[in-house]
Design a protein around this ligand. Sequence first.
Ligand SMILES: [Zn+2]
Length: 268
Amino acid sequence: MTLLLRTVQLKTQREPAEGLRIGAVRFLPRGVPKEDYARLDYFDVWLPTLAPSRELLAQFKVTNISIETVLKRYRNEMKQTEARQTIQLLAELAKRTPLAIGCYCEQETRCHRSELFKLIREAAGLSPELPLSEFCIYTIRHPDELSEALKLRRAITWQEHKPWTQGKHLLGNARQNNTRLPILFADATDCTRLTHWAVVSRIDIQAKATRYEFHSLRPLRGRHSPQELTLRSTGVKIAEGFIKPYAICKIPKFLTDSEARLSRESSH
Ligand SMILES: [Zn+2]
């Protein structure tokens, strides 16, 4: 079963087949007449029941409380009957008709909608996270940069001097198929070791350069090498001494296995 559910930033242009746009926000847009909410792509329905409380909203803006803590509190607020039943309703609706749940925040990873998305999936009897796509992007990065990025615990944007055309295409496909596109990082100092992975959230190509955004960066468990990866183009494993900074690969089994383990752990 797939849910016809996606998340959106309110007031962004609607995508085809997006369906009903729901504003899961505490406050109405300021200075906008009620009859213009839908026309200006804010939302079709306002649903403040699924927004964080005023107290909690204030905490989203404070940076010394971790976003994980704030999202946990939001999850707790959604346990009260009215919210819980509304989530259940959306879960049943999304099995039949496309829904988009949205908020004003630009960064999804720092917004309650990322958590709401998971809650609706759980209410539909699905695992909270979307499955990983069939392919992944392979790239290289210096270990110091990756350790620094790991500390930030937010979405990160990096640049590459090469157009990631296939990668952009893959991301579009992943969205359409309701999957997450992983990116695997190898140690750029000698390219012999895969060290981290993350989920790609955006790829922009401009003048042959690429800006890509990713979130949920994690170190890989155990020791893995690029030679465990199979190139999509040739169906052959990455050869030793491969130093290209970018490739499209089939998703390795160790990644899907570790994901399955993670989602089992988080459901307990
Ligand atoms: Zn938000």
